[in-house]
Write a protein that binds this ligand. Structure first.
Ligand SMILES: [Zn+2]
Ligand SMILES: [Zn+2]
Length: 153
């Protein structure tokens, strides 16, 4: 089953009606190769349902988030979304272009261990996002190894 299909099944299991709007918003998020922002979701939904208003799109995204089907990535102001089924990872979010990049959990393992050791503090890093500037927006050059490990698709 595709990730999209799995998300639709999950929505059904929660007992929520599969309205065309819900299916549409879920599809838009599922079909994006990367993390999608609210404006992009809105413009794609509008292309199919010109009369669907912004509030409905927001409500739908919120519902999908509450149900745990969609994860919100917040950094640098704008929110971006992805299917929760994308697996556990962290994000780097660019302040310039708003791009969100996946970061494998291994990068933060040492950080997590340090917080536990020094403060007895167990951080919840599941939706952890680091704001900054990406390579194409003029950040520091990346080593080939780092570039590969942040690529997921
Ligand atoms: Zn950028
Ligand atoms: Zn991600």
């Amino acid at each position: 089953m595709t990730r999209h299909g799995a998300a639709i099944e999950a929505l059904k299991r929660t007992g929520h009606r599969l309205t065309p709007q819900r299916v549409m918003v879920l599809s838009v998020i599922a079909e994006q190769p990367a993390h999608v922002g609210v404006e992009e979701i809105q413009s794609r939904v509008k292309a199919v349902y010109p009369y669907m208003d912004q509030a409905t799109v927001y409500r739908t995204i919120h519902l999908l988030k509450e149900l745990g089907l969609v994860t919100e990535i917040q950094a640098g102001g704008a929110s971006r979304y992805e299917l929760s089924a994308s697996g556990r990872h962290h994000h780097m979010v660019c302040r310039e272009c708003g791009g969100a990049f996946d970061l494998s959990p291994s990068y933060l393992e040492e950080f997590r261990a340090t917080l536990v050791r020094d403060f007895g503090f167990e951080p919840d890093l599941d939706h952890f996002a680091v704001a900054g500037r990406c390579a194409s927006c003029g950040g520091k050059r990346v080593s080939p190894a780092a570039a590969i490990s942040t690529e997921r698709k």
